[in-house]
Write a protein that binds this ligand. Structure first.
Ligand SMILES: [Ca+2]
Ligand SMILES: [Ca+2]
Ligand SMILES: [Ca+2]
Length: 204
């Protein structure tokens, strides 16, 4: 009887763990600002983001000589066109306990001048300053973090300064990564069954 219950518990755990893994959030900005090829300065109508301070620009690949990640689609200049660099804040993301991986693509401003800086924040889990020279090529940044208690947080990119020429951002992706290997789960299940037998024998 105990074993049967434990197997049911094991199966339920397996299903719930599987359902909780995978991509939580992703955005490539390619559908922002209307038709393909259209840029928009001081853009505020993002699908998944709020410009919570300053301004940002949506740039179509090729606009102002700027290449977006992968050489197509659209990307974001984190320093818009009002001499007040932007704070780009994602919609609130529900994060259940587990491990996560955040990745995004950034390049230098591609227009010369001084190096640019922004800060990345995600709740109390990530807080990091980045500085890129104007010629820094597109690069993917990946950061991992662990959430102990269920919570809701935003991803925040906060650009410094305001000369209207900022770091370019593209391809943000947040995934939950704590998918236990089948071997680990099998051992976990065997351990529980073993515990059941031990309890039953102790009772005899
Ligand atoms: Ca893009
Ligand atoms: Ca700009
Ligand atoms: Ca700048």
């Amino acid at each position: 009887m105990i074993t049967k219950h434990l197997v049911s518990f094991f199966a339920a755990t397996l299903i719930s763990l599987g359902a909780n893994a995978g991509i939580i959030f992703e955005d490539d900005f390619d559908t922002e600002a209307g038709a393909a090829g259209v840029s928009s300065l001081n853009y505020t109508s993002f699908n998944n983001w709020t410009v919570s301070d300053g301004t940002v620009d949506v740039v179509a690949n090729g606009g102002w000589g700027i290449s977006c990640a992968g050489g197509s689609g659209k990307c974001v200049d984190l320093d818009g066109s009002t001499s007040n660099a932007g704070v780009l804040t994602s919609s609130l993301l529900s994060l259940s306990a587990g491990t996560y991986s955040l990745s995004f693509d950034i390049s230098g401003n591609q227009r010369g001048g001084a190096a640019d800086r922004f800060t990345l924040a995600l709740g109390g889990f990530l807080n990091e300053a980045f500085e890129l020279s104007s010629t820094a090529p597109w690069q993917t940044v990946t950061r991992s973090f662990t959430v102990l208690n269920d919570s809701a947080n935003s991803i925040i990119f906060n650009h410094v300064g305001g000369d209207n020429i900022g770091i370019m951002l593209d391809n943000i992706s947040l995934s939950k990564t704590d998918v236990p290997a089948p071997g680990t789960l099998a051992l976990f299940g065997l351990g529980l069954i073993g515990l059941g037998f031990a309890r039953r024998n102790a009772r005899k």
